[in-house]
Structure formats: C-alpha cells, structure tokens
Design a protein around this ligand. Structure first.
Ligand code: RNT
Ligand code: ZN
Length: 417
C-alpha cells in the first residue's frame, strides 16, 4: 500500500512550488502509450519465416519464452498491460497477420487477417496502431523497397502500403480511435552511392501513390519515420530526416521521430518544439540507443525525462503520440515491456510535476543560477510517493512488486514454451 502520509508529505512539498500532484495524476491518466507487439517475439511475426529479421534490424539474446503464436503474444501483452498503470494502445506490424495457415502475400493483406487482433483489442479496451512490414521478405532482400530501381518491386511495396492503410482504418473504425499507420523502410546503401537523388525521387513518387486513397482521419493517420543510418545502410538512407520532414510538411503527414535514429549526441527532445510549428502531429518511437541504434529497453534516462518534459511544457499531448520501439531478447520479454512502459510513464509524471511557470519566470528574468539550482533540487523531491500513488489508484503493483508477477508467469507459462 502506498502510504497516504507519504503521499500527503510529497503533495505538500510540491505544493510549496505551486505544483498540484492531484492534477498531474489526472493528466497522466489521459496519456496513452502505444505498446509495440514486436518486443514479445523478437520481431518474428507469424508468416512462418525463420532466420534474420533483415532490414538492418538486429535482435540479440536467446532468453527462453518467446511468444510463438498470436494467442501467446496476446497473453504476454495482457500480462504486461496488467502491470502498467493507465489505459494504453498496442502497436502491430503487418507480419503479425493471421491467415489461418494460408500463404497471403503482403500486398494482398486484408482487414480480415487482423480480425482476432481487433476482437482482442476491443475486449481489452485497447486502441491499435499499425505498421506495414518492409523487411524480412525476399522482395526486401537487396535493401530496397519503395525506392527500389525495379518498378515491379516498387509496385509490390506500394500495394503493401495501401493494404496496410486500409487495415489501419479498420482498426480505427473498430476501436473508435484513429490508428496511426507508420511507414518505415530500410532503403539505403552500405557504401558510397553514385546517385543520392534518384532514389529519393522514386521514394517521393511511391509514397504519393501509396497515400493517394483518401481515408477518414478519424480512422487512419499516416506517419513517416526517418533514420540516419542502419546496419547495411551506413552510407546513405533514402528516407533521411530532411527528406521526411519535408514530405510530412508538404503532404500533411504525421512525422515519426525515433530516439535511436539520429547521431548519438543528437536528441529528439530538442526536435519536438522545432518541428511542431510545421507538422500537425508527431509520433515518437521511444527507444534507447547504446552507442548506436541498438534499441535497448527504455529506462528512466536523462533523455527520456527530457522528452517527457518537452511534451509537458508545451502541453503537446493532443498532437504527440507516444509509442515504444525496442527489442531485447536477452531478458524476460514481458519484463522488458513493463520496464520500458513504466519508465516512460514515470518520466511523464515527473515532467507533469515540474514547476514550469517558476522555471520560466527565472529564465525570463535572467536568473540562470536560480534556474539551474531549482532544476537540480527537483530531482530529489519525493517523486516516488506520487508514482506509488499512481500505481495504487490504477490497481497495479507498487515498486518492484510487479516483478513477482513476472517471475510467476515465467515459471508457469514462459518456461514451458
Ligand atoms: C527501424 C524502425 C522501425 C522498427 C519497427 C519494428 O529502425 O525504428 O520503427 O523498429 O517498425
Ligand atoms: Zn522506430
């Protein structure tokens, strides 16, 4: 039990700085996190393929208990969600289609192949986000998809994108909340290109065609995700940041910023207020790069806190959609989800508890000593008591107690797979 007296003490400490802990908790309850299904099965999907994910994505580790079927994956996500405070969303990839053992090409996917996912989401009161899968496929083997020089291969991938937008709209209609359908492609060159221009022209034309079917924005919203480099595309990525920033502004698309997709000293926290005057909405892929775009499990890091702080200060929540994007197969996969999601919520809560007006006042009056001193003091305020109360009010375990449940699930379910 969160001790009421601890919470009262914490509230009083925050109130002295003009911060209302109750209001912060209420605000946090309104913010969904989109939980990515691919942490549960090492991005394997259900197409029956074995081997590498491809597309420069690497999942390392061999912890037992990987979800092998849609039902296992949904049960694992249910378990994770039961340990995360609040109401959230789930993020699916096209390669998680259920085709009843029949081979269905990606350009022929239909909403019906996601009917079980929708049923499950509706039962759990979950909204859904979606992604076309532009990797782990023979047509993506040479590292190009929508920007491929071969018109036939481009056509296949354009059709895949069009099919996925309809599936996105199906989820949006079925859940009553717009589905964000996010396009990320691996296209690029390992070594110095001879032509940087033409692939970008091809990508522009392919995207325009992919997005040409009008769909109601209350059902589906399109996002585009940029990247600096990938494994196998170290020298050139067609869909770079500048490319997609321009595309998203000119075509009125959602821009996706993945925290692992920039130079290691470049942060997406600074980009939020820089791009939001120009794009209507942002999708964040919250990840954690360690030396490179390694997609480690998200933790309560300085950058995570900086991202959350920017969202709270700008009150950007109606325009910024928060998704997780990491994959670690070296630890319990369900624990990975819980750690990442709880860290993100903690960061948001701490951001909502910031005395933003006071800090701004100090900044405007030139009191930079005070600004730095207060920012440091905030780090040791009794934040934990407010977080415990958040968990208690949402009926999820407080502190590390959630791990007991994961250990039990591992013994009874995961270790038997
Ligand atoms: C890859 C992108 C992309 C993927 C997922 C699986 O670098 O971050 O978002 O991680 O779609
Ligand atoms: Zn991403």
């Amino acid at each position: 039990m969160a001790s009421a007296s601890h919470y009262a003490f914490a509230s009083e400490r925050y109130a002295r700085l003009g911060v209302d802990t109750g209001a912060a908790l209420e605000k946090l309850a309104q913010i969904p996190i989109s939980l990515h299904c691919w942490q549960g099965d090492d991005i394997a999907g259900f197409e029956g393929r074995g081997g590498d994910v491809g597309g420069g994505l690497a999942v390392t580790g061999s912890y037992p208990g990987r979800a092998r079927t849609p039902d296992e994956l949904r049960a694992d996500m249910d378990k994770a969600l039961s340990l995360i405070p609040g109401r959230h969303r789930v993020n699916l990839h096209a390669c998680y289609a259920e085709t009843g053992g029949r081979k269905v090409e990606r350009n022929e996917l239909e909403p019906e192949h996601f009917a079980n996912w929708l049923d499950w989401a509706q039962r759990g009161g979950l909204a859904v986000d979606f992604n076309p899968t532009y990797f782990a496929h023979p047509m993506a083997d040479d590292g190009f998809t929508l920007a491929h020089p071969d018109a036939g291969i481009r056509r296949f991938w354009i059709e895949h994108g069009r099919a996925c937008r309809r599936i996105g709209a199906f989820f949006g209609r079925g859940t009553g909340s717009p589905c964000i359908t996010n396009v990320w492609i691996p296209d690029g060159y390992k070594d110095l290109p001879a032509d940087r221009k033409t692939p970008r022209e091809r990508l522009t034309a392919a995207l325009d065609e992919l997005f040409s079917e009008p769909l109601a924005p209350q059902h589906n919203l399109d996002a585009v995700e940029c990247k600096l480099f990938g494994l196998g595309s170290e020298s050139y990525v067609v869909g770079s940041h500048e490319f997609y920033l321009g595309y998203a502004i000119s075509r009125k698309k959602v821009l996706c910023l993945d925290s692992g997709h920039f130079h290691p000293t470049e942060t997406i926290s600074d980009k939020i207020s820089a791009v939001l005057p120009w794009v209507e909405r942002l999708l964040l892929h919250v990840s954690r790069g360690v030396r490179w775009d390694s997609d480690h499990v998200v933790i309560f890091s300085d950058e995570l806190r900086a991202i959350a702080t920017e969202l709270a200060r700008g009150d950007y929540f109606p325009r910024v959609h928060i998704g997780l994007d990491f994959f670690d197969a070296s630890i319990n996969r369900v624990a990975a989800w819980v750690i990442g999601a709880r860290a993100t919520l903690k960061a948001l809560l701490q951001a909502l508890l910031e005395p933003a007006a006071k800090l701004r006042e100090m900044e405007l009056s030139g009191d930079f000593s005070g600004r730095l001193a207060l920012q440091e003091e905030l780090k040791s305020l009794p934040f934990g008591a407010v977080w415990d109360t958040c968990c208690e009010r949402n009926g999820v375990p407080q502190g590390i107690a959630w791990l007991d449940e994961i250990r039990r699930y591992e013994t009874e379910v995961l270790s038997r797979r």
